[in-house]
Design a protein around this ligand. Structure first.
Ligand code: ADE
Length: 221
């Protein structure tokens, strides 16, 4: 079982996705659990402020240390083993291998991760000292960590055995290891607007079909 505790100001942006399709099925089957900590509850002063202006000047606001540390520590107080992930463009680029590593920690045992979602123009650098994994989704900048959090969760949870159909997932993973993208697939009809299905797939020859699929697994760019 893998549990994700998401620290965010925007729970409402995340919840619908996690209550849909495979993520919801994973929860239903007891293979995943998601919960939220509202960062605002750890905000400072009457306005429950979580950000402030940068030392040295510059545009925008930065997330302050105190609310973030307090929110993370409130989770750690209940589970000292929890690991903290921060999505940041300055992190290590997320890939299938990293997703597999995390999924393994939640396969046949219990794993718990916090994902802290930064927002606004950035965060105080000292926040990184309480984070175990710094994860970038790629070389572009998003407005916050919510979309990366969903991508990280989705890519990990689908790898927990039992979330996808067992047989199907094994087949996908043997070809889709992050470098080799899945082979082309087809369903009915055989002929759609003159585009037909490769006949080998209708041949019933499993050896030849396997060979064809291996040959047609595309390399990720
Ligand atoms: N936050 C903003 N942009 C990001 C990115 N590319 N990856 C992870 N977190 C981010």
């Amino acid at each position: 079982m893998i549990k994700f505790t998401i620290i965010t100001l925007f729970q409402e942006a995340l919840e619908p996705y996690l209550k849909t399709s495979m993520m919801w099925k994973a929860v239903d089957k007891g293979l995943a659990e998601f919960d939220f900590v509202n960062l605002r509850e750890f905000g400072l002063g009457p306005h429950r402020s979580v950000d402030d202006t940068p030392y040295g000047g510059g545009d925008g606001m930065l997330m302050r240390c105190e609310p973030v540390f307090n929110a993370i520590e409130s989770v750690k107080a209940k589970d000292p083993d929890v690991k903290v992930i921060i999505p940041t463009p300055a992190g290590e680029t997320w890939d299938q291998k990293m997703a597999q590593k995390l999924a393994e920690t939640g396969t046949d045992k219990n794993a718990h991760y916090i994902i802290f979602c930064p927002h606004y123009e950035g965060y105080d650098e000292r926040i990184l000292s309480i984070c175990d994994y710094k994860v970038s989704l790629g070389k572009y900048v998003l407005t916050g960590g919510e979309l990366p959090a969903l991508i990280i969760i989705d890519s990990v949870v689908r790898l927990i055995p039992g979330v996808l159909g067992g047989e199907q997932s094994a087949a996908i993973e043997s070809f889709s290891d992050g470098d080799n993208i899945e082979y082309p697939q087809y369903t009915k009809p055989y002929d759609f607007r003159g585009m037909t299905v490769p006949d080998i797939l209708l041949s019933g020859n499993h050896g030849e079909i396997k060979k064809w699929r291996e040959e047609h697994s595309k390399k990720a760019k």
